[in-house]
Design a binder for this molecule. Structure first.
Ligand code: PEP
Length: 229
């Protein structure tokens, strides 16, 4: 079955380097997996004419008004953006976002027919205390009774950008838990995915796709990941 392969550029790139990225990626990728690229906000509207879906990296939890620096779901929809990452650990950390904020963002996106990509994942100290499953359950509490299809990315914070990747058994354990909590969830894994480990992750675990940060910046490497299953 087709997998979901998401690139998260974070705060990297310029209009011309991203244009070049799309040119190279489109030439290199001939696979049939669904591709989504999460771009920095200033470039979101510039790349919606490619056959690749574009995601924002965040959205406001408010409709409109005096929220300097924020971008509303209505604005994203107006720019033909159909996906948005919410709850990324870097936004939770640097913007002090709470689970409640993230649920409000979810509702804003749904109101404007944008598909949320909800990130969850535990920090290292929680993983070492072995209470991490409870931690994930708590992050998902507001999403528990939602019948619509959800996209949930399990991104253990200690695996992001560190080169560390949980075992397939560990990923399967969390993926199963997420699917028990949210019946119609597609579960992605994110954290140090690269061209060397992607096919093992995608073929041997029960995940529905991957969310790729650092390794997505190289269009050839990302094309390799996109075609690894
Ligand atoms: C991320 O930040 O969502 C991520 C998965 O990063 P990386 O692939 O660089 O670990």
């Amino acid at each position: 079955m087709s997998k979901l392969i998401i690139a998260n550029f974070k705060m990297n790139g310029t209009k011309s380097s991203i244009q070049e990225w799309f040119n190279v990626f489109s030439e290199e990728n001939s696979g049939s997996n669904k591709i989504i690229v999460a771009l920095p906000s200033p470039f979101l509207a510039d790349f919606t004419s490619f056959r690749i879906s574009i995601a924002s990296q965040n959205v406001s939890s408010y409709d409109s008004g005096a929220f300097t620096s924020q971008i509303s779901a209505e604005m994203l929809k107006d720019c033909n953006i159909n996906y948005s990452i919410i709850g990324h650990s870097e936004s939770r950390k640097f913007l002090k976002e709470t689970d409640e904020d993230i649920f409000n963002k979810y509702n804003q996106l749904i109101k404007h027919s944008i598909k949320p990509i909800i990130c969850v994942g535990e920090p290292l100290d929680v993983r070492e205390n072995s209470s991490f499953l409870d931690f994930i359950v708590k992050q998902l509490e507001s999403f528990k009774d939602i019948e619509d299809e959800l996209i949930i990315a399990y991104e253990p914070i200690w695996a992001i950008g560190s080169g560390l990747v949980p075992s397939i058994a560990d990923i399967n354990e969390v993926s199963k838990l997420i699917k028990e909590q949210c019946r119609n969830a597609k579960v992605l894994y994110g954290g140090s995915v690269n061209k060397e480990n992607a096919s093992n992750l995608l073929i041997n675990s029960n995940i529905d796709g991957v969310l790729v940060g650092g390794a997505s910046l190289d269009p050839k490497e990302f094309a390799n990941i996109a075609q690894s299953c």
